[in-house]
Structures are given as C-alpha cells and as structure tokens.
Design a protein around this ligand. Structure first.
Ligand SMILES: Cc1cc2nc3c(=O)[nH]c(=O)nc-3n(C[C@H](O)[C@H](O)[C@H](O)COP(=O)(O)O)c2cc1C
Length: 149
C-alpha cells in the first residue's frame, strides 16, 4: 500500500472527473489516496518521498489551468531538487490546438529537471478522439497502481 497525492488542474472539470476516477481505482487497490483540487506546496511536500499523480488539462495556448498554476510555480521557484519523488502524469488536451497537452508536458519536464522519477509513460488524452477521458485513463491508472510499493 502506498500514499498517493492526486493534484488536479482543470478548467471545465474533465481532468477532475479523471482524477476522481483514479482516486477510486487506486483506493480500491488498497492505496491511501488524497485528491487536491487546488494543491499547495505544503500538500505536495507531504508526498515528496511517496507518490504524486498529476492530472491536468491544457488551456489557452498550451497553458496550465489557473487551479494548478500556483503549485507549478511554487515547485519551480521553491524546490530545486526532489529525487525521492515518484510521480505519474495524465495530460488532457485536444490535438486541434497547437500546443497539444502543453500543460502536462510542462509539468512533466519540470519534475524531470528536478530529478524526480516518473513511473510509467505520460498518458496523453486527446479530446478530439476520446470524448470520455475516463475510458482511456481507467486502464492506465489500474496499471500505474500496480507499480506503487
Ligand atoms: C480555451 C481553450 C483552450 C485550449 N487550449 C488547448 C491547448 O493549447 N492544447 C491542448 O492540447 N488542448 C487545449 N484545450 C483542450 C482542453 O485541454 C481539453 O478540452 C480538456 O479535455 C479540457 O479539460 P478540463 O475540462 O479539465 O479543463 C483547450 C480548450 C479550451 C476550451
């Protein structure tokens, strides 16, 4: 059983639905899960030596939603190196936009720069192809949950 913090960035609620679905799946697997809709650095720090799952859509032109910008900036500005952190990323986007899944990709790049270890591949969900993102995220989360110790 692992401790997992799910950090959500959403504008219209799709990423939140995916995150809630992930919370249910991981909890069923026996993990101890907390979901943060407006995550703070303080909450993030609780998972530094555990697991973080970032679930974020992209808005504007490849931008992070306002609900997750403060966390992203705090991590970038206040944490330099977090090698004990293990994390996963689910990025929601739409391939008709120029910067497909830009927010999830930026978050992933930041955590990589800071030495964190990504578990599994980044999941990118394209709203053009998949109107129900949980259909794609569900099996991915099931598999991701098996990687946690
Ligand atoms: C105004 C607006 C801007 C968007 N910009 C992007 C973008 O730059 N890149 C991308 O991949 N998707 C973009 N999207 C698509 C959303 O990320 C996608 O619809 C996602 O499922 C929304 O999830 P949410 O409800 O959690 O915000 C944009 C959507 C809107 C409405």
């Amino acid at each position: 059983m692992a401790q997992v913090g799910i950090f959500v960035g959403t504008v219209y609620g799709n990423a939140l639905l995916v995150a809630e679905d992930a919370e249910a799946i991981l909890t069923k697997q026996g993990h101890q899960v907390t979901l943060f809709e407006e995550g703070t650095l303080e909450a993030w720090q609780c998972y530094r030596s555990h697991y973080a799952l970032v679930v974020t859509s992209t808005t504007g032109q490849g931008n992070l939603p306002d609900s997750i910008v403060p966390l992203y900036e705090a991590i970038r500005e206040q944490l330099g190196y977090q090698p004990e952190l293990r994390y996963g990323i689910i990025a929601l986007g739409d391939s008709s936009y120029d910067h497909f899944c830009g927010a999830g990709r930026s978050f992933d790049a930041l955590l990589q720069e800071q030495g964190a270890a990504r578990l599994g591949e980044r999941l990118e969900i394209d709203a053009m192809e998949q109107p129900e993102p949980e259909v794609v995220s569900g099996p991915w989360v099931q598999q991701w949950g098996t990687l946690l110790k």
